[in-house]
Structures are given as C-alpha cells and as structure tokens.
Design a binder for this molecule. Structure first.
Ligand code: SAM
Ligand code: SF4
Length: 475
C-alpha cells in the first residue's frame, strides 16, 4: 500500500466509509477556459476524496486537459501520453495503480481514437460532460475504458460543485468565471465550433451567485471567459434581454469586487452597450483582447470573419473614444491558405495603424474537418515562418513601446503573489502587465498606488507611493 492510499476518509458523495484519499494530478493545456475547467473538475473529484497534487509520481489519477486548436497542441498530448504510459508501467511493477484520463478539446475531437492510439488511457471525457467525471472515473477503476463525449442534455454547471472558500483562497485573489461556451461563428480555420459545440450562455443568476462566492472567499478581480464572450446574452432581473455590457454593470455592484475583465471577444459582437461599459465603469479594466487574425479583406473573407479591416479599425476608434486609456491586444494567423505577400503586408499595415499593447500570433495550422483544410493554396512552412518572424518583430516593438510609455505613470496595482526577490510582490497593472513592487506579504489582495520606475522585457517595476486604497476582504 502506498503512503497516500493509507490515508482514509469518508466520501461525501458515495458515503463510502474509510474511502482512501487518492491524489489527482491535472495538467492543463491551452486557453484560460481550460484552466477554469481544470479547477472545476478538481472540485468535482474532491467530493470523492481526491486531493490535488502537483507531484506527478504521487498521483493515482492523471488527467490531461487538452487543447486541439493547432496541430502542435494536439500532438503534445500524444507525446505526454507516451511518457505517462511508462510511468504507469513502472508503478504497476511496484503494485500501485495509476489511471490516466484525457479531457478537453482533443478528447472531444478524437474520442475513441485516443484509446486506440494510446492504450494506457483509461478515460476520455469531453468538455460538456465534466460533471460526469467522478462517475466515469469510478467505472474506469473497475477496468472499463470509458469514453464520455456525447453532448449532455443537462447543464453541467448545475452539477459541478463550487469550490469551498479555502480552496478558492488558495487559488489567489484573481479568478476566472466562464459565462459562455461554444461558438456559432465557424471561422474556416477553427475547430472550436466542433469541439466546444454551439454557443451557450450561462444564466445571469448562476453567474452572479458564482461571482459572489468568489468574492466572499477573497477574490478581488474576476475575468469573465467565453470562446466568444461578448456574444453572451441572457434575461436580466428586470426581465430585459441583457448583453455582456449589462452583465458587467450588474457584476460591478458586487461589493468587494474591485476589478473586472473579459476575454475573448469577436469584433462583430462589440455592441454599444459594451463600449459604454468601457466609458463609464471604473471597475472594468481598460484592456481588450480583440482578435483580428488578418489585415487583408480577401483573407478575412476567406476566413469567414464577417468584417473588413476598415470596419475593425473603425471599431477600435469607437472603443478608444469611449476609453482613451485602453490597451488593445489581438490574435493573428499568418499563412492562411491563399495568403499572398500583399495580403501579409496588409496585416502589417493594420498592426501599424492599431498599435497593440499585447498580441498572440501563430502560423496557420491545418485542422482536419475545418473548411480551411480543404483549400488548395496552402502556404509553405518556410514562408509562414518568415512572415511570423516579421510580424512578431513588429508586435514586440509595439509591446515594448507600450511598456516604456508606462514609466513615470502613477497607477493602481492589485497585488497578487510573492515576487522572486525577498520583500517583493507581483501585481497587475490595469493593462494586465505584471508589476514588481516592494510590499509586505500581508498586502496580497490590496490595490496600491505605485509609480512605474522601469520597464523590463516581460514586466514592469514600481515603487509604492500610497498605502492600500482598498483593503482585501478577510473572509
Ligand atoms: N474566439 C476567438 C476569436 O474569435 O478570435 C478566438 C479563439 S481561438 C481559441 C484562439 C486563437 O487561436 C485564435 O484567435 C486564432 O488566432 C488561433 N487559431 C485558431 N485556429 C487556428 C489555426 N487553425 N491555426 C493557427 N491559429 C489558430
Ligand atoms: Fe474559432 Fe473564435 Fe472564430 Fe469561433 S469566433 S470559430 S472560436 S476563431
């Protein structure tokens, strides 16, 4: 018997007396939505006596929460499964059991294929069925190889337990909250509509209740998540149909919640009410991730983005008029099928015109099952690599310029965690940059006024100029 399985408890779900305490190791790939999902799956398993571990070798259950967005991301999962297979064998030789599960978008897209390609896998579970994970794991422990990828008719959020206060606190003073899942946009390069399904918005009351619980446990900043977060809609307490702007205004009333963010937005869903929230809500941070993908109208059309470069620029102008201090972030794909040098130059021109504070850029990756994969004019890898290098050089220059323009500014920073040096804490600027500042550990969760003294390559440095304006909740 291993040291960890010698610990005994009672499972609140099964009521099993003396159920062994088991350890789960969760590895998360991809976007923030996966980070949120991993926490919710850990919370669901904790009701069955599983405790989280970050030591792989200790785990009785290893769960990979995967990403399918680009080929590289999906292939990484199979390499990791190869390594886990060896660990599983080693443990078996010592008489210890280790189950392996695959969750997330690779699980949804490949289902049974994973069991075929990776014989060590015991369990495959798609994003819409996470509430069934404890049950599926129980079946896997009896030797069944389980695949749970059918879309559930029930709402998983009605079944997934909220974390307790202590657990929420241990995760820090900032938190993610998924408000919307799936996508109906069908960009021709993207797997999300197939792996995450149709667009669904969570109801207002459910979101408010979750936000209030987070804040009660000491969370000061919430980032609302969705594959298409600004497509969120729902019926408000006033019986009106609300959009994301209304939801943000309602969340702004939650006492103790100091900061709000949201990601990722589609340009087509940036409505007036949401832009107005950027003008009028001090709690809504002046940061917007608004992917454009390309600056060429021809490519935007082929991508089915449903807007032109000029429309995107006009939208940026409107949002900046509402909130002049806004930091803009974006996503770009280079080498979409048919992209010529002239199309790529259009992208560089758009980037010059916008001046991004932050950006993510990728080489186009062919995803089986998407319309883009069927297109003839695939761009050679070396051309994609050269374009990506040029684009990233420009984006890095802009990002650096944005950081340097912060030097000398007096800003509010939410202190999040200890820094690398003694006596140093790391916080976030309103524009999401990490800020290193000398402060006391007891100040984590406080918002302090600082003066930015230096801009490093990935973070800012600052001195405190005012004691905390807003104390953290001591829930
Ligand atoms: N919903 C967001 C939007 O409308 O832009 C994007 C969500 S997607 C999960 C994140 C980013 O991955 C995209 O903005 C895009 O830049 C990138 N991406 C998606 N599919 C890709 C592909 N096949 N190849 C390369 N990058 C891709
Ligand atoms: Fe994918 Fe975003 Fe397009 Fe939806 S809007 S298909 S998530 S890139």
């Amino acid at each position: 018997m291993t040291q960890e399985t010698a610990l005994l408890s009672t499972s609140p779900v099964t009521g099993e007396m003396n159920a062994p305490v088991r350890k789960v190791f969760v590895k998360t790939y991809g976007c923030q939505m996966n980070v949120y999902d991993s926490d919710r799956m850990s919370d669901a398993l904790s009701r069955d006596g599983y405790v989280a571990t970050d030591v792989l070798e200790e785990a009785d259950f290893v769960l990979l929460n995967t990403c399918h967005i680009r080929e590289k991301a999906a292939e990484k999962v199979y390499s990791e499964l190869g390594r886990l297979r060896e660990l599983k064998k080693e443990k078996a030789r010592e008489g210890r059991e280790m189950l392996i599960g695959v969750a997330g978008c690779v699980a949804q897209a490949e289902g049974n294929e994973i069991l075929r390609r990776a014989p060590a896998v015991d369990l495959v579970i798609g994003p819409q069925t996470y509430h069934r994970l404890p049950e599926a794991l129980k079946r896997a422990r009896t030797g069944e190889r389980v695949v749970e990828t059918e879309y559930a008719i029930e709402d998983k959020f009605d079944y997934l337990p909220a974390p307790d206060k202590a657990k929420t606190r241990s995760r820090g003073v900032t938190a993610f909250l998924t408000v919307q899942e799936g996508c109906d946009k069908f960009c021709t390069f993207c797997v999300v509509p197939y792996t995450r399904g149709a667009e669904v918005s969570r109801p207002v009351a459910q979101i408010i209740a979750e936000a209030e619980k987070l804040v009660e446990a000491g969370v000061r900043e919430i980032t609302l998540l969705g594959q298409n977060v600004n497509a969120w809609h729902g019926v408000g307490a006033d019986e009106r149909e609300w959009g994301l702007g209304d939801l943000l205004r309602r969340l702004g009333e939650v006492e103790g919640l100091a900061r709000l963010r949201y990601t990722t937005s589609h340009p087509r869903d940036m409505d007036d009410s949401l832009i107005e929230a950027h003008r009028s809500m001090a709690k809504l941070m002046p940061y917007l991730h608004l992917p454009v993908q390309s600056g060429s109208d021809r490519i935007l059309k082929a991508m089915n983005r449903r807007h032109t470069a000029a429309e995107y620029l006009a939208l940026v102008e409107r949002i900046r008029t509402a909130q002049p201090d806004l930091a803009l972030s974006g996503d770009f794909i280079v080498g979409f099928p048919g992209e010529t040098e002239a199309d790529f130059e259009d992208t560089l021109r758009l980037v010059e015109a916008v001046n991004y504070a932050q950006a993510f850029s990728f080489k186009y990756s062919t995803r089986p099952g998407t319309p883009g994969a069927e297109l003839k004019d695939q761009v050679p890898e070396d051309v994609k690599a050269k374009r990506l290098e040029r684009l990233q050089a420009l984006l890095t220059k802009q990002q650096r310029g944005f950081a340097e323009a912060c030097v000398g500014r007096e800003i509010d920073v939410l202190l999040e965690k200890p820094g690398r040096l003694p006596g140093q804490l790391v916080g976030r600027s309103p524009w999401l940059q990490p800020v290193n500042v000398d402060a006391k550990a007891s100040q984590i969760g406080d918002i302090i006024k600082v003066r930015i003294t230096k801009a490093g390559p990935n973070s800012l440095f600052a001195e405190m100029i005012e004691e905390p304006r807003a104390r953290s909740l001591t829930a």
